[in-house]
Design a protein around this ligand. Structure first.
Ligand code: SAM
Ligand code: SF4
Length: 352
C-alpha cells in the first residue's frame, strides 16, 4: 500500500512544533541517519528466497526513480541529518551507468558513507569505477561455496562470476569486504564453518543472516527453515575459538561481531527473526518506485515519486520526509500472529 497524502507542514507532520530542526527523529526517539535505496527491481539472478515464484513482473521503467530524483532525495535527507546511504536492488549493477549515480550521491554534502549491496556478478566489470566514483563500502551476497548449490538457489550458473567479482572488489581496494550469507536450514547450514574459515585467508566480514519471511516464493519460507544465529555460533564454536570485537556502531549495523583467532576478518550475526533489533533501528528505505518505507517488513509507504513528479519544492519534499518518519512503525511483526507477507513489495523491490 502506498499513500500520497496532502503535503503536511513540518509541525503537523511530526505532531510537534519542529523542536529539533535538522534532526529526523521518529515517534520512538530513534534518530534516522541511514537510507537504503533500491535503484531497480530487476536482477540477473532469481534467488528463491528473494524473487517471487511466478514472473517476476518487472516494474515499468517510467515508474522507477531517475538518478536526478534519487540524488535530489538524498540532498534533502542529508540536510536533515542523514549521513549514510546504501544502494541496493534488485541487482544495482544491472542499472545502466550506476557509477554515475554513485558519483552524484558521493558529492552530496553530509553523506559520509556510501555503500552498496550487490550479488557480485558484475563486479569484475565495475569494481574500479565504483571505487573511483566514491563508493566507500561493498557488501556482496553469497550463500554457498558450491557452484551446483549456487545454481540451485539462484537459478543461474554464476558462482564463478561472483567469486571473480569478490576478488575484483578486493583488488579495487574494498577491504574489509562484507559477505552476506542467508542461512537456510536444509540448504546451506552445513557451510557456516567454511564461511567463517574464509576469514583466515581473506579480509572478509562474514555476515550470517536469518532467513526472513519476505519476498521470494512465499511458500518457500517456513519457520523451520530459519537457522537461528545462536545455532550458527554454536556450530562455529565447536570447531574454533571466537573472540569479541569492538565495533563502530556507525558502520557495523545491527550485527553482533566476533572473530576467529588469527584471522584477517570477522564474523557477524544478523538476527531479525530470533532476536529482533528494532529498538535501535536508524534506517528507512526508498523503494525502486520511489516509496519511502519505514520498516522492511511492514507495508505502509509514503509516495515521494508522486511528489517529485507533481513539482514539489525542496521544502515540500523535506516536509514529506518528516511526515514519513513520523509514520515509522515501532517494530516488525514477524513473530506475531498478525504478521502478513507483503504482496507487492517483494525483497527485490525493497532492497533487503
Ligand atoms: N541483488 C543484491 C544482492 O543480492 O546482494 C541486492 C539486493 S538483495 C534483495 C539484498 C540482500 O537481501 C541480499 O543480501 C539477500 O541475500 C538478502 N535477502 C533477500 N531475500 C531475503 C530473505 N528472504 N531473507 C533474508 N535475506 C534476504
Ligand atoms: Fe537478485 Fe539479490 Fe534477490 Fe538474489 S537476493 S534475486 S541477487 S536481488
Amino acid at each position: 500500500m502506498s499513500i500520497s497524502p496532502a503535503i503536511p507542514t513540518a509541525s503537523a507532520a511530526t505532531g510537534t512544533e519542529a523542536s529539533a530542526p535538522g534532526r529526523l527523529v521518529d515517534p520512538f526517539g530513534r534518530a534516522i541517519t541511514y537510507v537504503r535505496i533500491s535503484v531497480t527491481d530487476r536482477c540477473n539472478l532469481r534467488c528463491q528466497y528473494c524473487m517471487p515464484h511466478e514472473g517476476p513482473d518487472w516494474l515499468e521503467r517510467e515508474t522507477i526513480m531517475s538518478f536526478e530524483e534519487i540524488a535530489r532525495f538524498v540532498r534533502v535527507a542529508a540536510a536533515e541529518g542523514v549521513s549514510k546511504v546504501r544502494l541496493t536492488g534488485g541487482e544495482p549493477l544491472v542499472r545502466k551507468d550506476l557509477p554515475k549515480l554513485v558519483d552524484m550521491i558521493s558529492s552530496v554534502p553530509g553523506i559520509r558513507d556510501l555503500a552498496m549491496t550487490t550479488n557480485g556478478t558484475l563486479l569484475r566489470k565495475f569494481a574500479r569505477d565504483l571505487k573511483s566514483a566514491g563508493l566507500t563500502r561493498l557488501n556482496i551476497s553469497l550463500d554457498t561455496l558450491h557452484a551446483d548449490r549456487f545454481k540451485e538457489i539462484a537459478k543461474f550458473d554464476m558462482f564463478d562470476d561472483v567469486w571473480g567479482g569478490i576478488m575484483a572488489a578486493l583488488d579495487a581496494g574494498f577491504a574489509p569486504l562484507k559477505i552476506n550469507m542467508v542461512v537456510i536450514r536444509g540448504f546451506n547450514e552445513d557451510e557456516v564453518v567454511d564461511f567463517a574459515l574464509l576469514t583466515r585467508k581473506y579480509p572478509f566480514i562474514i555476515r550470517y543472516i536469518e532467513y526472513m519471511p519476505i519476498g521470494g516464493d512465499q511458500a518457500h519460507w517456513e519457520r523451520g527453515k530459519v537457522f537461528p544465529c545462536a545455532d550458527i555460533r554454536r556450530r562455529i564454536e565447536e570447531r574454533e575459538e571466537l573472540e569479541p570485537v569492538e565495533t563502530d556502531a556507525k558502520t557495523s549495523g545491527p550485527e553482533r561481531v566476533l572473530r576467529l583467532k588469527d584471522s584477517l576478518g570477522r564474523i557477524g550475526f544478523i538476527t531479525p527473526v530470533s532476536d529482533e533489533f528494532c529498538a535501535g533501528c536508524n534506517r528507512v528505505r526508498l523503494t525502486s518506485d520511489g516509496m519511502l518505507r519505514g520498516c522492511l517488513m511492514r507495508d505502509g509507504e509514503v509516495d515521494f515519486r508522486g511528489a517529485f513528479r507533481n513539482g514539489a519544492t525542496d521544502e515540500e519534499i523535506r516536509e514529506l520526509l518528516y511526515h514519513a518518519i513520523a509514520r515509522k512503525p515501532e517494530k516488525h511483526l514477524i513473530n506475531s500472529p498478525d504478521f502478513v507477507h507483503s504482496s507487492f513489495y517483494t525483497m527485490n523491490r525493497l532492497g533487503g
